[in-house]
Design a protein around this ligand. Structure first.
Ligand code: GDP
Ligand code: MG
Length: 370
């Protein structure tokens, strides 16, 4: 709506392309018939040629369906930080996540820790923190490639006896690109060969200077095996989160990101969703990429049945028409018919894209395969 091709402009003004090109040239714009010009340029040319242009107001199905109005400050309330644990393979990401989960799930809670969904929430000194428990940073990368901002803080795990490795560097780059604070956890401190000073030195090469050396990077020595230092790490996490003053509006249609999804033989598509704004309710119609459906069953990270979930709460749901991709955004919507229309439109666009010749692959595309 804000731009038009020279050829299209000519045909709408019932002029020849040559006339329009000439007029453009007179105004210092060299353009061919297929070239796209902006609204303001088109308006000047049209006026000179005795026509008037009006902006078409096109409302897409997406705009009609998805409520993406900006929240007003008065509607915002604090929400839990969403934390991702990153680092090189075998440096202890899973061990740390497991330690935190086990240490902070009260025994006797529904389902205990047997349920394993892609994210969980724990209470640290009465304050909730949501951890993404995704298999490494593949998911994080694909989410970022889609422009989804999911995480608020990154914990960078570096094994004390091993040091900075290729995926450590990659993790640093991802977190920096996402603009989120990095807290470093030097792990495996229980090992005799642990050398945290060496790691701190290495970190400086990547712009991460620890506080004791005058920088502003929080570095916590820990052992995911013995639990040494983990409470301190969690405390640093809550402090960092407080600085961020993270807020959301629970009183609107839910929106968020698909953390992971799979096809279950009995239950059909099962998706772990992170609600990022609004409140998701059982029975809501949701759309996620080309998947659509009503939230049938909703369970929390401890296997407990839920009927609603607010901001920063991870849930596992069933009821979608197909398995959405990890990293896709989802929205709760009011109009099921329109939602199905949008899904059809998206599928059509995906088909068209698949048929179009590939012209270039970005570096980001290449790296996201790692
Ligand atoms: P990930 O690939 O980053 O998820 O690493 P894992 O959590 O799977 O850990 C890799 C290996 O390191 C496993 O054998 C863990 O038992 C071990 N490990 C993790 N954390 C520690 C730790 O703090 N101390 C020791 N000694 N071993 C650890
Ligand atoms: Mg792991």
């Amino acid at each position: 709506p804000d731009e038009i091709s020279v050829g299209e402009l000519a045909s709408r003004m019932k002029k020849t392309g040559a006339e329009v090109v000439k007029c453009l040239m007179k105004n210092g714009v060299m353009a061919s018939l297929s070239q796209i010009i902006d609204f303001d340029t088109a308006a000047i040319i049209a006026e000179e040629m005795g026509c008037k242009v009006e902006k078409e107001v096109v409302v897409t199905i997406e705009e009609k369906l998805i409520d993406d109005h900006k929240d007003e400050d008065k509607d915002l309330v604090p929400r839990a930080p969403v934390v991702v644990v990153m680092g090189h393979v075998d440096h202890g990401k899973t061990s740390l996540l497991d330690y935190i989960r086990n240490a902070h799930v009260a025994s006797g809670e529904a389902g205990g820790i047997t349920q394993h969904i892609g994210a969980y929430q724990v209470q640290i000194n009465g304050k909730p923190i949501t951890f993404l428990d995704t298999p490494g940073h593949e998911a994080f990368t694909s989410m970022r490639a889609r422009g989804a901002m999911v995480t608020d803080i990154a914990i960078l795990v570096v094994a004390a006896e091993d040091g900075i490795m290729p995926q450590t560097v990659e993790s640093i780059n991802h977190a920096k690109a996402a603009g989120i604070p990095i807290i470093v956890a030097i792990n495996k401190m229980d090992k005799p060969e642990a050398n945290p000073e060496r790691i701190k030195q290495q970190l400086t090469e990547y712009g991460l200077v620890c506080e004791e050396w005058g920088g502003d990077t929080i570095v916590c020595p820990i052992s995911a095996k013995t639990g040494m230092g983990v409470d301190n790490l969690l405390e640093m996490l809550t402090l960092t989160a407080e600085v961020g003053e993270l807020k959301a509006n629970p009183n609107r249609a839910a929106q968020g990101t698909v953390i992971e999804a799979r096809l279950d033989k009995g239950r059909g598509p099962v998706a772990t969703l992170l609600v990022q704004n609004g409140t998701l309710k059982q029975g809501d119609i949701i759309i996620a990429g080309t998947a659509v459906g009503r939230v049938r069953a909703m369970v929390g990270d401890k296997g407990q049945k839920l009927t609603s979930a607010g901001p920063s709460v991870p849930v596992e749901i069933t009821g979608l028409s197909e398995t959405p991709s990890a990293g896709a955004t989802f929205n709760a919507v009011a109009d099921e018919k329109l939602a199905r229309e949008l899904v059809e439109q998206r599928k059509e666009e995906a088909r068209a894209k698949a048929n179009a010749p590939v012209t270039k692959v970005s570096l980001e595309d290449l790296f996201s395969q790692i």
